[in-house]
Ligand binder design. Structure first.
Ligand code: ADP
Ligand code: MG
Length: 729
């Protein structure tokens, strides 16, 4: 019996796992995290103060104090039955990595003891040779080290019965280049902090720190494990390369907010509980538009922590789903013809005085502050739309962007009717002659219309890649499998850059004798005018928008290899270098890594396509072809009239045609791959893979295979069908 039928049999016998579940989230929230409350409990005053200084203000921790902190963390971890620790980091492979060491060691005289020194907390040297470095380590030896990030608290991971203390770290080369996602994010956050505090101080001298905030919304599919295992394409590339649409898809739109099937519900409660223990503040869970698609979202947090929590969540979902004999699919487009998955990044900036800088204020003065940060963000996206586009470019996201369900590859900003009017208003009223007599100009009474403003945003912004949603921007083009750190590093950097420029521009006017508020209004007006073309309120899915965007001169890069170019332009190099986020070497290295990732992904898909066509699709098709041929021959032999087998003949013709075309195309695709592989330059090779392999063959081969799926006897077909993966409970 084929794997498919085994899986289907097994499926009918699988019922939902029993999950105990807590009734009170607060009772378990953060129990596996060394948060400040536990730090207070386990650390001396000196150590606690030092840790706090490091978290709040990035102060350096002295070595002897680090020893105390390490001891405190160990004491807490041991009280929870932990024996091992690891530096936990986010290499550019897109997963997380760790290397476990035990607290156990032998003293010089052979006495066994448990210890965790400050040195081990602060720094480690994992075997770095298997992580991508884009050539950086090749030039500077194959070494890298991980370094403690005190701003993200240590936590305990439960894997089966094992418990490991995880220390969040950055991963850098010996010469200091970042080799991970976290180090650049921390740098970008710092750049934003400096630039934003400077601008905040125009309005409020008490503000001394600005943090970026992030609330992600994670979309994912869940399917049965046995069916998953019977689909080598899902196993190898997370996406079905073949599969005909089922009779029922999402036309009925009955899945959205629908009832959550019992097995999935049990799985959700289970992984949510692990998340709560790790301090991940999950709030919402619901079904998505597509069948078998779901979403979860937490309460937003400081951005570095939010990114760590998202990568942790992905880990946890993978592990917990296995317990429920389910598989989570994080690919941006696991199923053709059905909505893909994204990871909306809700982003804002918060001050240490408790103000959300993207929330319209209650007074004219705070409104001016809101308007400043609002307009600066729009200007940043306008000026660096290409870099932002590059930050979300990946092989899987190419399947999703612009697929009439996800934002287009054209970066634009949606702000809603009300704020559009406000910006228009500012533009018209703040003329060149605008001066102190026009104090009324400053009275932008946005706060009176907040309800109107929020309502305004519920409608069309769904089709926008970057939408203002009342008190935050929502970057929706981010792919479901992406690490948020990359797009967030870029967003924070471009806003930092724009705010720095803003301060210069305002100061120049102040130096010329303009009153501060007036100068600010003038520069805001200038920025509104300069970035108007990025604003779009219409339907981002429409063809009309593509045309309009082209007229406006907005880039529309649909493929990753070309979109990535924006990472290494002179403009990008100056941007990242002057904000202390990436050196030129680091940018070049990352560009190289992204291209290689792209090539590998397309290559793997292409291989699996060829292999499946040959070993999974053709055999049952040929058998059925034989059966039909025999049948026709038999009917002929006993002297039946042609009309008796004309239908069989028609099916046979079609099957034969699709078999021939599919196998012919597979051969040609293999040849095309060989040509691509011989190309030295990685950018040229990536473009070749995209145009000569992916675009030239994938859809065509799939067309013939999917036709065969419809024609061939169902009981002969090896690969689980869409309806089975998506609709069976
Ligand atoms: P939806 O987008 O589905 O309407 P919400 O508006 O409730 O959902 O929020 C989506 C996400 O935005 C949540 O994760 C929420 O925590 C986050 N969010 C809300 N305010 C902010 C903020 N100031 N900064 C960052 N994220 C925020
Ligand atoms: Mg949303």
């Amino acid at each position: 019996m084929s794997l498919r039928f085994n899986a289907l049999n097994r499926l009918s016998q699988t019922s939902a796992e029993q999950v105990e579940g807590t009734t009170k989230i607060t009772a378990i929230f953060g129990e596996n995290v060394f948060d400040l409350k536990k730090a207070r409990q386990y650390l001396s005053d000196e150590a606690y103060k030092s840790l706090l200084g490091s978290i709040r203000a990035g102060q350096k921790i002295q070595r002897n104090v680090a020893n105390q902190i390490a001891n405190g963390i160990r004491a807490w971890a041991e009280s929870k039955g932990v024996t091992h620790y690891t530096h936990w980091f986010q290499p550019l492979t897109g997963t997380t990595a760790e290397k476990h060491d035990s607290f156990f060691t032998l003293k010089g005289d052979g006495t066994p003891i448990e210890e965790f020194e400050g040195d081990a907390l602060i720094q480690q040297e994992p075997d770095a040779s298997s992580f991508p470095s884009g050539g950086i380590r090749a030039t500077f030896e194959a070494r890298g080290y991980t370094a403690w990030d005190p701003s993200s608290p240590p936590f305990i991971m439960h894997i089966g019965p094992g418990k490991t203390l995880c220390i969040p770290t950055i991963f850098i080369s010996y010469t200091g280049e970042s080799l991970d996602y976290k180090a650049p994010l921390l740098k970008a956050v710092e750049a934003l902090n400096k630039a934003a505090v400077d601008v905040c101080n125009y309005f409020d001298k008490n503000i001394s720190k600005v943090s970026a905030t992030l609330g992600w919304e994670q979309e994912y599919f869940v399917i049965d494990e046995a069916l998953f295992n019977a689909r080598p394409d899902l196993v190898m590339c997370g996406r079905t390369v073949f599969g005909h649409n089922s009779a029922k898809n999402q036309q009925l739109e009955d899945h959205y907010f629908g009832s959550i099937p019992e097995r999935v519900y049990a799985f959700m409660r289970d992984f949510e509980e692990e998340c709560y223990k790790l301090g991940i503040p999950l709030r919402t869970r619901h079904n998505e538009v597509a069948p078998a698609q779901f979403e979860c979202a937490p309460i937003y947090e400081e951005i570095n922590l939010a990114v760590d929590h998202n990568t942790l969540l992905v880990d946890i979902m993978g592990r917990v789903s296995a317990r429920h004999k389910l598989r989570v699919l994080l690919h941006e487009k696991p199923f053709a013809g059905i909505n893909g998955s994204g990871k909306h990044n809700n982003w804002s900036m918060a001050t240490d005085t408790g103000i959300n800088l993207l929330a319209p204020g209650k007074t004219p003065k705070t409104n001016l502050m809101f308007l400043t940060f609002f307009v600066n963000t729009i200007k940043a996206v306008h000026d660096y739309a290409d870099v932002l586009r590059a930050s979300i470019a990946s092989a899987p996201n190419d399947y999703r962007l612009g697929a009439n369900e996800a934002p287009p590859a054209i970066i634009s900003v949606f702000i809603g009717q009300y704020l559009s009017k406000v910006l228009e208003d500012v533009k018209e009223r703040v003329s060149e002659k605008f001066d102190e007599q026009d104090e009324s100009m400053l009275k932008i009474d946005i706060h009176k219309s907040i309800p109107e403003l929020l309502m305004d945003n519920t409608d069309r912004n769904r089709t926008s890649p970057f939408a203002f949603t009342g008190n935050k921007f929502e970057f929706r083009a981010v792919g479901s499998s992406a690490n948020c750190a990359n797009p967030m590093t870029v967003l924070n950097t471009i806003v930092a850059q724009t705010l720095r420029q803003f301060k210069e521009d305002v100061d120049r006017l102040i130096d010329r004798g303009e009153k501060k508020e007036i100068a600010i209004m003038h520069v805001i007006r200038e920025y509104i005018v300069a970035s108007e073309k990025i604003l779009f309120e219409g339907d981002g899915y429409s063809e009309a928008w593509e045309k309009e965007a082209e007229k406006r001169g907005l880039p529309n890069l649909k493929t990753t290899p070309l979109a990535l170019d924006a990472m290494v332009t002179d403009k990008a190099k100056i941007l990242f270098d002057s904000n202390g986020v990436y050196s030129h070497t680091e940018l070049e290295a990352r560009h190289e890594i992204e291209l290689e990732k792209y090539i590998k992904k397309v290559q793997i898909e292409s291989r699996i396509m060829g292999e499946l066509a040959t070993s999974h699709v053709l055999p049952p098709s040929i058998r059925y072809q034989n059966l039909l041929a025999k049948n026709i021959n038999g009917l002929k032999a006993i002297g039946m009239d042609e009309s008796a087998y004309s239908n069989q003949k028609q099916i046979l013709d079609k099957i034969s045609e699709h078999i021939n075309k599919a196998s012919d195309l597979v051969e040609k695709m293999i040849e095309a791959r060989k040509i691509c592989n011989a190309i030295e330059d990685s950018r040229t090779r990536a473009i070749a893979y995209q145009s000569q392999v992916k675009d030239a063959f994938f859809d065509q081969i799939r067309y013939h295979v999917d036709k065969l799926e419809l024609l061939v006897d169902d009981k002969e077909w090896y690969l689980p069908k869409y309806r089975e993966m998506l609709f069976l409970r």
